[in-house]
Design a binder for this molecule. Structure first.
Ligand SMILES: [Zn+2]
Ligand SMILES: [Zn+2]
Length: 626
């Protein structure tokens, strides 16, 4: 069965009905599947919708939505009762969705604007509001000096008021119409293309505006090189502002006396400030009482005051005028004896500080996105869990010596006969059997589980709390090549093109065979050496001239051990673990992998952190670098 995606046909649906197909209350967040939905699942750079699903007896608050093999999973909190086959009323938070639509459409217009300026260039990736970021990443360099030009170009597309259409299409049709596609199409979804005016269409599964000028004004906020791509960040003007502006053009709103009074107070405050700033008398006169001055501007408002209040309004305005005149007369500074300070217009401005996500959160977000692109879904499981899920079900029976490797925190709570003691999870692997149970031991499983873990050790290279991410895939015919392919895919996506994975035999209790995973060093491209002339990596030099230089004359890469980094463990899921999760190991196989988020990220940024505790110190000097 597949969920019918109503938002694809009509992105403006704010409400609809649907039938409940399944409810899963086993995971920490309740999960609902419907026969059809207006909720957009996170993907293509567009954030998931939020909203409510309501039946006669219950209300479900949707906090996240994801796509899993044709099914849309609505995750959130259930109050009251819901049953399979219940009829439900769906409502999305339209304000948020509409903003996301604007951002998404703006992203495509930005792509087009850059193409219009440099026709070789094109966008290869984008984020339209996930984690409050918006950018399009371009294949080739985009120079900062172009910011103004790009901004003009994109806003001219906005003003052209072009029609935006989306259509479902077959691969054959794409070839027939000679539509040029600049990146690979997602294989797990139906093909759909988006056209803006007569520009070349592009594949897209998002929700979009109907015309370009529905979008607010777009600003380009920066250009940054990241992972060999050029990220052009953008923002759109607040929708409220646009609505206000649109309205004020044809405004005939009635102004009340109290509104007028508050405007008058604003002007009085303004002039007080100017007097403190020692503005020159002549300048003050022009600014406040001149033909195009502030007073005349405010006085126009009288036409918007209701006729019953006109007299009173006139009086208030007259008093204001007297007040302004007296204030200006009191000012002692004139152009003749100006004590006004010089203003240096060339002095650099003060840049306001902006916040951003902690680097570990950034890493988790990025890792999730990379795996979601190949069909993984993110799950969350308890961080305080039964011994059964953390150890026993993972082929580590009580008193097994392998348990000693984990410096476990135990919770002082009553034991359960089957489940054992309660512990703080030492690894994300407690999610394995839980995920198998959540899906009622029905394949396929493609899970990515990112969570906090706890171990009783603290020194320069360990913190008592840290993050791990863990992948689990179970289906018929899964073999070690799938694992290697997934590792290679992640290496390239996360560390950049050309990064490879390497596996070495190892031992873990819950996998057989077990492997250790290394990634090639992206600083020296796996060679272990840097270019001695520039101290930089240079692809051509590496394979060309320098490849012949004697090793002792080349500079070693300080960042890695001869070209490789150890990152973590992986392996084929042990038959005992499959059995514990209700799978028949003679029918199904699977692989799992997992390692620390902190190390994965610091490696990528080329950081040699002497003391890993720095990550959680809250030291802004350190955190502001990311
Ligand atoms: Zn898109
Ligand atoms: Zn290296």
């Amino acid at each position: 069965m597949k969920t019918k995606l109503l938002y694809l046909d009509d992105a403006y649906l704010k409400e609809s009905s649907a039938k409940i197909v399944s409810i899963n209350t086993k995971s920490p967040q309740v999960e609902i599947v419907l026969d059809q939905t207006i909720f957009y699942p996170q993907g293509g750079g567009q954030p998931a919708d939020t909203g409510t699903i309501q039946t006669d007896k219950g209300i479900f608050t949707v906090s996240h939505v994801s796509y899993n093999d044709g099914l849309i999973l609505h995750k959130g909190k259930l109050e009251g009762l819901m049953n399979i086959d219940d009829k439900a009323l769906l409502k999305i938070n339209w304000e948020t969705r509409y903003h996301n639509m604007m951002l998404h459409t703006a992203g495509h217009m930005l792509d087009q604007a850059v193409k219009n300026i440099d026709n070789k260039n094109f966008g290869v990736d984008g984020n339209h509001g996930i984690a409050k970021r918006a950018f399009v990443a371009f294949k080739f360099p985009v120079d900062e000096s172009l910011i103004g030009k790009i901004e003009d170009e994109i806003n001219s597309i906005v003003h052209k008021n072009l029609k935006i259409t989306a259509e479902n299409i077959s691969e054959k049709e794409i070839n027939k119409r000679k539509i040029k596609l600049q990146f690979e199409l997602p294989k797990n979804k139906d093909l759909r293309i988006l056209s803006i005016g007569s520009y070349n269409p592009m594949p897209d599964g998002g929700t979009h505006l109907k015309t370009t000028n529905e979008c607010s004004k777009v600003s380009i906020t920066g250009i940054q090189e990241k992972k060999g791509q050029w990220r052009v960040s953008y923002s759109i003007e607040d929708r409220e502002n646009k609505i206000k502006k649109d309205k004020s053009d044809s405004s005939n709103k009635i102004i009340s006396i109290s509104e007028l009074k508050s405007k008058v107070t604003n002007v009085q405050n303004l002039i007080k400030n100017d007097l403190i700033e020692n503005l020159v008398k002549e300048e003050l006169k022009t600014k406040y009482l001149g033909k195009k001055g502030i007073f005349n501007d405010l006085a126009k408002i009288i036409s918007q005051v209701g006729s019953a209040n006109k007299r009173q309004a006139g009086q208030i305005l007259n008093e204001l005028k007297t007040d302004i005149t007296e204030s200006i007369e009191k000012s002692v500074v004139t152009s003749g004896n100006s004590q006004k300070k010089w203003v240096d217009l060339t002095a650099p401005g003060i840049k306001p500080k902006t916040g951003h996500m902690h680097l570990v959160s950034q890493a988790m977000e990025e890792i999730t996105q990379i795996f979601e692109r190949i069909g993984f879904s993110r799950s969350r499981y308890p961080e305080v869990d039964w011994d059964w899920y953390v150890f026993e079900s993972l082929n580590m029976p009580k008193n097994h010596p392998a348990r000693d490797e984990w410096e476990t925190f135990f919770v002082d709570a009553p034991m359960n006969k089957k489940m054992g003691k309660i512990v703080l999870t030492t690894h994300t692997s407690n999610g394995q059997v839980r995920e198998m149970e959540r899906l009622n031991s029905k394949p396929p499983i493609r899970m990515i589980n990112i969570a906090r873990c706890y171990r009783r050790q603290q020194d320069a290279t360990h913190t008592q709390m840290f993050h791990q991410f863990e992948g689990l895939v179970i289906d018929k015919g899964i073999n070690i090549q799938h694992l290697k392919g997934t590792l290679d895919y992640f290496a390239e996506q996360f560390y950049g093109p050309g990064t490879k994975s390497r596996i070495r035999p190892f031992h873990f209790q819950f996998t057989e065979p077990s492997l250790e995973v290394d990634f090639s060093c992206h600083i020296c491209h796996g060679t272990g050496f840097l270019d001695e002339k520039t101290n930089k990596v240079n692809g051509e030099a590496r394979e060309g001239a320098l490849g012949h230089a004697p090793e002792n004359q080349r500079q070693k890469c300080k960042f890695c051990k001869s070209g490789w980094h150890e990152v973590g463990g992986a392996g084929m899921v042990h038959p005992n673990v499959l059995t514990a999760g209700g799978f028949n190991p003679s029918l199904y196989t699977g692989f799992a992998f997992g390692w620390g988020v902190e190390r994965t990220y610091t490696l990528k940024e080329g950081l040699n952190i002497d003391d890993i505790r720095l990550l959680y110190s809250g030291d802004l000097k350190f955190l502001e670098q990311f």
